[in-house]
Design a protein around this ligand. Structure first.
Ligand code: ADP
Length: 285
């Protein structure tokens, strides 16, 4: 009995110490941005990567955390395949892309492209907690978190662990089949009391390189209409842009966001809106 009570005390003390460490770490991050989507393939990781790069190009200290445990694409999108974490004592050091951009992805732990993570909920929760607690980000203005599609274990873990001030960016394509799931994302945010920073309508129209006319392959305006219906901000439309595919496949170079590269031009206004909204939210909270 006495031994059991002692073990319980030790567990409770450890839990308390872990919580204090997490809270100290989160206090070093001014604002956490959770990037979510109702469906896969709508460009959520692309938005997360470009948003972090845009913030960093605006001289904000940005971190990018990829918790898309089953399909981490951040290493590919940033050309960081083959990178590994370094460790310092019991801390994980993020991969440094530039003075103002640091990256952590579960992909940095996988040895081969074919490796798959097959984990249940509690294990995922523990991994995300470890990433938030043990990664030495230093002080950050923004931590952008790329979650898997849907409203499952991973975004819920981040929402619970990261704490305020934080907000969510919801990415969708314009057609009805994607839009329906965005309603669930908004409800998820309301239920977990995460402010919705806004909806991004991605793959919204394609400008024909020959005649310059816009072709609405997946329709247009669905994300904007839904933002109005659900009374959340609309952050903007990003067209289908061949350059986004090219830099996504070859690895976005951080420098591209300092130029007038099409990806930079589309994401800069979104990053600017997030900066002003997050500053207001941070002041209120
Ligand atoms: P998700 O994270 O939602 O699964 P990704 O960000 O991995 O989606 O994007 C899926 C594919 O679509 C990638 O090849 C990416 O380069 C491409 N993509 C994303 N957004 C755009 C866009 N606006 N224009 C063209 N291709 C895009």
């Amino acid at each position: 009995m006495l031994q059991q009570a002692k073990a319980r005390n030790i567990d409770e003390e450890k839990q308390k110490r872990d919580e204090e460490r997490l809270s100290r770490r989160m206090q070093e991050i001014n604002y956490k941005i959770l990037v979510i989507s109702g469906k896969g393939g709508v460009g959520k990781s692309t938005v997360a990567v470009n948003l972090a790069a845009a913030l960093s190009a605006m001289e904000k200290k940005a971190g990018l955390l990829d918790v898309d445990i089953h399909g981490p694409s951040v290493p590919t999108l940033l050309g960081l395949q083959g990178c590994r974490f370094e460790f310092e004592g019991n801390e994980i050091l993020p991969v440094t892309v530039s003075d103002t951009l640091k990256v952590v992805s579960i992909g940095f732990l996988l040895d081969k492209k074919t490796d798959a993570v097959i984990w249940r909920g509690p294990r995922k929760f523990h991994m995300i907690k470890q990433f938030l607690t043990d990664v030495n980000w230093g002080s950050l203005d923004y931590l952008v978190v790329d979650s898997p599609p849907g409203t499952g274990d991973e975004p819920m873990a981040v929402a619970q662990l990261a704490g305020a001030p934080s907000g969510a960016v919801i990415v969708t394509t314009p057609q009805d089949v994607a839009i329906h799931d965005v309603r669930r994302c908004v409800t998820f945010c309301h239920t977990l009391s995460i402010p919705v920073l806004g909806i991004v309508e991605n793959m919204s129209g394609l400008v024909c390189p020959h005649c310059g006319e816009t072709i609405d392959l997946f329709k247009s305006g669905g994300g904007e209409a839904l933002a109005e219906e659900m009374n959340v901000p609309f952050l903007g439309k990003i067209p289908i842009e061949p350059e986004i595919v090219r830099v996504g496949d070859n690895g976005l170079s951080y420098g591209e966001h300092k130029t007038d590269h099409p990806a930079a031009n589309h994401f800069k206004p979104i990053a600017q809106q997030i900066i002003s909204t997050s500053m207001n939210t941070a002041i209120e909270s």
